[in-house]
Design a binder for this molecule. Sequence first.
Ligand SMILES: C[S@@+](CC[C@H](N)C(=O)[O-])C[C@H]1O[C@@H](n2cnc3c(N)ncnc32)[C@H](O)[C@@H]1O
Length: 204
Amino acid sequence: MNPTSPFDASARTWDQDPVKLARAQAVADGIRNQVPRQPRALDYGCGTGLLGFALQSHCDHMTLADSSAGMLAVLDEKITASGATRLRSTRLDLVNDPLPPERYELICTLMTFHHIADTDKLLRDMHALLASSGYLCVADLDAEDGSFHGPEFDGHQGFEREALQRQAEAAGFRDVSFTTVFNMQKGTGPQQTEFPIFLMVARK
Ligand SMILES: C[S@@+](CC[C@H](N)C(=O)[O-])C[C@H]1O[C@@H](n2cnc3c(N)ncnc32)[C@H](O)[C@@H]1O
């Protein structure tokens, strides 16, 4: 029996937000511009698979992994409905599960890092999951003041790029670079705040 996830409840309506679709498309474009096509890819914290679907032609096979059964149920319906042959889903929680045996030439992850407390361990796990010279692509929020999620949120308030680069290098990554791939806006008028989304690309 899988534990419930706070994301289960939002899975059914996740794809109705055009900003989430545009964000995934922008990140997929950024990855395509910086990383050559690869045989095996993993989208970790895939949700309903927005990034994986946008990036599927950039690999031979992609595993879409998430800890939320609700997200995976929606994803499975989308894979079946689209007839996508390169995509498969799996339940994976690197915080609690042992490292799976599969290896990948590309690991991508969008807006998931800030939900994982121990990002040093996550980076080490991703390094271990990559095949030799594989690529890691992390897209997430730049450091922010906590207003993205509000006061109840206990995850990371985005990331300082230089600190994340040092973490990635300590986990064994090299050639770490950052670009800004998307800007999210929240609020309206004078209350409107911009939340830039970075794409970090690194090599094993
Ligand atoms: C903000 S959503 C992003 C979903 C998707 N990448 C997107 O951009 O549409 C974060 C995702 O990370 C997943 N997640 C959170 N903690 C996780 C963990 N420990 N292992 C795997 N997935 C996790 C959630 O279930 C959720 O689907």
